[in-house]
Design a protein around this ligand. Sequence first.
Ligand SMILES: O=C(O)CCC(=O)C(=O)O
Length: 312
Amino acid sequence: MTNRERTSEVLSLATLQLALIQFHKDGIVVLKDVVEHASLDHIRERMMQDLPRNLASPHVHYNHGTAHRNVSQTPPLAAEYLHERVWANRLVVNIIEHIIGPKPQLSFVTSNLALPGGQGRQAVHSDYYCEHLDFPVFLEVCIFLEDVDNRNGSTEIWPGTHRGYTKKDHTYAHFGWIKKSVFSQRARMSPPAQLAISKGSVCLRDLRMWHAGMPNHTATPRIMLGFMFSPAWFKSEMRLRMPMEAKVMLEAWEHVDCLSATEFVENDMDYLEFRQEIILTQGKRVGEEKDNHDHGRIVPGKNDYWEPPGTS
Ligand SMILES: O=C(O)CCC(=O)C(=O)O
């Protein structure tokens, strides 16, 4: 990518082609240096202030067991924190539009904090836990608020696993942990990796792609924001909740649809207590088939992740 593309926020045809080929091949593409650090630091500072209250809440949500210390936290939703290059980066949206069509709908916002001192790691899983179509539908924009690599919990990714796998490959009915026999066979062909990703980069991934949260061996929390987009025609059943003061800003982002899946709240909104439900199915009764988010209680064991031959 060139600096000219970064400044104009328009991708050249050559970059767009490269990004799309990469995305369709691996299920993930990374755009380097497309968000200014000041915006990331602004959000990070607030999230670090919010962290003690999130951890103290009776509703705190740990992913894949409490001991691993991977916790979800709603990022600040007040208007001053809605930096466009984070929430609706035009370069990334340009790629998204060529994958799932114009004006993609935003219907889910979250973050994962890999906290220091965690034990173990996450199970290899796909976030698309239910039956799904055989082409890209939900895309997640992941933004780390700091440099990441294998020391501080860069996510383990399994390139190419967005294609060819379905719910039959999952261990449990309502969340997408992958069966040992299936990921072992895949690893022989194409093992996973933990990428080194610099601050300011944006990852775009197909929600079907397998991945896993990894331990943070440093003393500083690693924060990854996640924004889920889906095609306008799909009509996601998830609902965002945002303070009314954010509406003008979201309306101004005409390149994305941040409105049709959003309920605006008039009074003071405690965004930290807004813990969004993941619903990726369509037309089903809520609760019929969904990620029950009970990962906090089920701890991944040795059968839930891959280790290179000769380890342990
Ligand atoms: O925090 C991460 O790196 C990944 C988290 C994740 O995949 C999850 O909680 O489902």
